[in-house]
Design a protein around this ligand. Sequence first.
Ligand code: SF4
Length: 510
Amino acid sequence: MKTKIVLVHPPLSKVSEPPAGIAKLAGGLKANAVSYQIIDANAEGIHYLLGQTSFANEWPDKWSKRACKNLEANVAALQNIETFQNKSRYSRAAQDVNRVLNIAAKPYGATLTLSDYANNLLTPARSADLLRAARMPDNNPFYPYFAARLMAVIQEEPEFVGFSVNYLSQALCAFAMIGFVKNINSGLKIVLGGSLVTSWAALGEGENKFSGLVDEMIAGAGEEKLLELLGGENKKRNCAPDYDDFPAQLYLAPGFILPYSAARGCYWRQCAFCPEKTEETPYQPLPVAQVNQELTQLIKKYRPVLVHFLDNALSPSMLKNLAQHPPGVPWYGFARISGELADEDFCIALKKSGCVMLKLGIESGDQEVLDKLNKGINLADASAALKSLKKAGIAAYVYLLFGTPAENETSVQKTLDFIVRHNDCIDFLNLAIFNLPIASAETQNLETDRFYEGDLSLYSSFRHPAGWDRQAARNFLEKTFKKHPAVTPLVKRLPEFFTSNHAPFFIWQC
Ligand code: SF4
């Protein structure tokens, strides 16, 4: 059957597991008898670039030489669970693989890491720069890879090529690939979707900026719109993801990780400054019976070593369901601090169901800040939950946010005190500096500067009401917070580049 659409996951995002968005689309297309092809250009492109430098001897410094020489062994190490028993061995392998990727992109004026893509001259938050990337695809470090790969599929004459762009780090490469496709065949229709495109649409941006290059931009969940566009039967909706056509051997993880969403949106959706609130994404949980059935089938088919729940926050009812119906393999995901998690017996039930790690957005150790952010959590529950998870043997991956408008010098000290008091219950700490989303209602109470990055910028600079600006927050983070003896080990434990995607492997061994 002739391919109707080629679905592309462009570089660059973490290459530890297949992209869930395209897998969900693939499931819907297959169930409705629409022919498609999948290209994980992120995984293929990264391996292509690594392959280009693996035998290079002329790198000027010892580190680069060593990294090139040991590339194969280091890639294998990141795919071997034994490496995760020794953090220094893991860090060396990750940093050395990253080094090779980094030097491979240098001649193109790009800075590549295993988790990010930046160009010295172009920013993905500027539509003019994205159009420039499309006009000059051969300036992209992945060009030699994608030119050959896309040329081969274009010759099969699909009607559409779809690009799924979820992160800013993918945007410049996506547009370089789109430019290449249009150069070869201007009649081929380009579809652009993914969560970055959804965020642009929420700002009222994007649609009109890429006319002539992009034929369809799909905001939000893409299955139905895509089926409409492709003239599929559109009878079967909300189908299970399909991972058949993804290159499992290319992912840098010790076994296949199965990404799975039990819900779209967030059941809380009230935190100030959260895109889920700003973009008014509806909360759409799948029926529990469907989740259990799909998980059983997917696990039987793909035999993953780990299930990664992608939900913004697993609801208490879904957590209860998982405790009652264990998926049969280890799993992890995001959860909100709640009374349930404070209950030791409940955490033990979760542990027995295979839960190895929960990601928790605690954000601040100051209750006043949490209340102003409308987090809907209290620190007493957070404290009890951390202790219960610890007793149950579930790792806590805690997120903190510095520099929010509600924060000041006193509150960050309270955050430090909270972490020091609970450092024996926390396994990983993710520390971030606050970015103010342009479209959030709260911006009306702040002095802002809209276009500080570009016309597609999702964030705005602002004058902090208490003078506690990004620089002050960053200084505190670097000079005080991270230097505290109770915090330093938690920060150092964070897996380089892959962060939470690799963290469960340090806790639980296959
Ligand atoms: S719980 Fe997370 S996803 Fe939900 S509204 Fe808050 S920050 Fe957003």
